[in-house]
Write a protein that binds this ligand. Structure first.
Ligand code: HEC
Ligand code: HEC
Length: 446
């Protein structure tokens, strides 16, 4: 409140003195703005801003899936609904997991663990760290992938989804049509012409053993939510996988880090970021070169780069190994030599409680990530040196500069109010995001 008042006063003073509205007392603000404007394709600070989650007209939508409050509401419920897990391989896993098992809001929508395991695991801990494979499942039976789950934050800015960008018919995947359904069965769905999220999530509910049945529709009350969201769809499609995907995609598209200090600073509140965060931001957009790959409102990138990090098998990931095709990144999908070991540039918000970084979870703190980029030495001997991005090289930052950069990422890019993206309860009344006995205990559901 005090900040707001000070800010309003500052504006009043500026208006009174007839100064240009963006003049500030602190030279670093002006410096940072000048640097960022120069890098923005349209030369404006708007380029970096995310919309408010309810400002649906400004949230990027996917082809054929206009955003409506009804779809978002349904998607928000489905994302956390453990009652969807009715295709678990064993009876003991039935209805014990959800999308949020591997995409936990308080862990920046990552699993809070080196690997996400839904069906076939149990436990939650405080933030996903105590989830482990169940005794009555084998490694072949669990739902786990050979790369760490990506975040849902700012995912509306992801054009082709997954670390390899396999999903979505447009953007980077134009010209890859001959590979759809050939390299891997799941990418067949790209032939629908849908964008990344909408296409992927049709397959996603199959992969993650989830489905809507008559019980969910009629006894739990989901039919009304589907009817409200898809009133103009024929009844035989209204409760199917495509409808589920469109609702889930609509909801995750609204997950915006609008209340992060950096976003508040972008909207004109110079006091929202500390001096140290601003120094870190300036490094990010200048000498540290981070912006060359991480850009746009979500600081992600729809480009693929090899920075030579280890794979999930190197940290003991289950159901994966050295020959996992996912270790090849974009190249595993396109089969192009130049794409080998290149991974999609991920977003950077709300990572401080994620605990595991890079596709192979090879780093456990943001400071370690910054040091890895500063050293500029690939750690994975299987990655061919020719594939390493020319933007990955030693940076020679001082210890103080690394601290500043870390502070910007950890706290400048941290939105403290993600509760607004979590429902109070799900229609089944089940425990969520997990519903196995140990998780129920951990989550205080009993
Ligand atoms: C077993 C853990 C697990 C569950 C459950 C899970 N995911 Fe994921 N998710 C992942 C992993 C792992 C990736 C990255 C995989 C890759 O790129 O190879 C991912 C990636 C994604 C992405 C791509 C994001 C991007 O930036 O490209 C989206 C979108 C997504 N998941 C949505 C969902 C939705 C919706 C559900 C529920 C239907 C769900 N996930 C359930 C593990 C999971
Ligand atoms: C060459 C392009 C490039 C540059 C330059 C770059 N990054 Fe990245 N960054 C990536 C890619 C690609 C990944 C994912 C790599 C992987 O997991 O294989 C990544 C991952 C990360 C992650 C981990 C995110 C997660 O979800 O695990 C953080 C944090 C990060 N970068 C911060 C930075 C910072 C800070 C800088 C500047 C010092 C920087 N990056 C420079 C491409 C880049």
């Amino acid at each position: 409140m005090l900040r707001r008042t000070v800010h309003l006063l500052a504006i009043a003073v500026l208006l009174a003195s007839g100064c240009a509205s963006e003049q500030t007392a602190d030279p670093i603000d002006a410096d940072l703005r000048r640097t960022m404007r120069r890098l923005a394709p349209d030369g404006s600070m708007d380029y970096y801003q995310v919309p408010h989650h309810q400002d649906l007209a400004n949230v990027p939508a996917g082809i054929g899936n206009p955003l409506t409050p009804e779809k978002v509401e349904l998607g928000k419920m489905l994302f956390f609904e453990t009652a969807l897990g009715i295709d678990a391989v064993n009876e003991t896993g039935m209805q014990t997991f959800s999308c949020a098992t591997c995409h936990i809001p308080s862990a920046g929508f990552t699993p809070g663990n080196s690997q996400g395991i839904a069906d076939g695991a149990e436990g939650f801990g405080l933030n996903g760290e105590d989830r482990n494979m169940r005794d009555d499942y084998t490694e072949d039976e669990i739902d786990a992938q050979g790369a760490r789950p990506l975040s849902m934050v700012g995912v509306a800015y992801v054009q082709n989804s997954m670390w390899a960008g396999r999903f979505g018919a447009r953007f980077n995947n134009e010209g890859t049509e001959h590979l759809w359904g050939v390299v891997d069965h799941a990418t067949e769905v790209n032939h629908t012409g849908l964008d990344g999220l909408e296409a992927q999530n049709i397959e996603g509910t199959v992969t993650h053993r989830m489905r809507v049945d008559e019980n969910l529709l009629d006894n739990m009350g989901y039919r009304e939510l589907f009817d409200a969201a898809f009133y103009d769809w024929p009844e035989n499609a209204r409760y199917g996988r495509e409808a589920m995907s469109f609702a889930l995609s609509a909801y995750i598209r609204t997950i915006m880090p609008y209340e992060a200090p950096y976003q508040e600073w972008l909207r004109g509140d110079d006091l929202a970021m500390t001096e140290q965060m601003k120094r870190g931001a300036l490094l990010f957009f200048s000498d540290a070169g981070c912006y060359r790959c991480h850009n746009g409102p979500a600081l992600n990138g729809n480009t693929f780069h090899a920075v030579g990090v280890n794979d999930l098998c190197d940290v003991g990931g289950l159901a994966t190994g050295e020959d996992d095709e996912r270790n090849l990144g974009r190249g595993g999908f396109t089969q192009r030599v130049e794409d080998m070991f290149a991974f999609k540039v991920p977003q950077l918000y709300n990572l401080k409680h994620a605990g595991f970084y890079f596709h192979g979870s090879s780093r456990q703190s943001l400071r370690d990530v910054v040091e890895y980029f500063n050293d500029g030495i690939p750690e994975n001997p299987r990655v061919h040196p020719d594939n390493i991005s020319p933007f990955f090289h030693p940076l020679n930052l001082s210890d103080q500069e690394m601290e500043d950069l870390t502070e910007f990422i950890a706290n400048g890019l941290y939105d403290p109010n993600f509760d607004r993206y979590v429902p109070e309860s799900v229609l089944s009344g089940n425990c969520f995001p997990n519903n196995d006995l140990i998780s129920q205990e951990d989550l205080g559901c009993n």
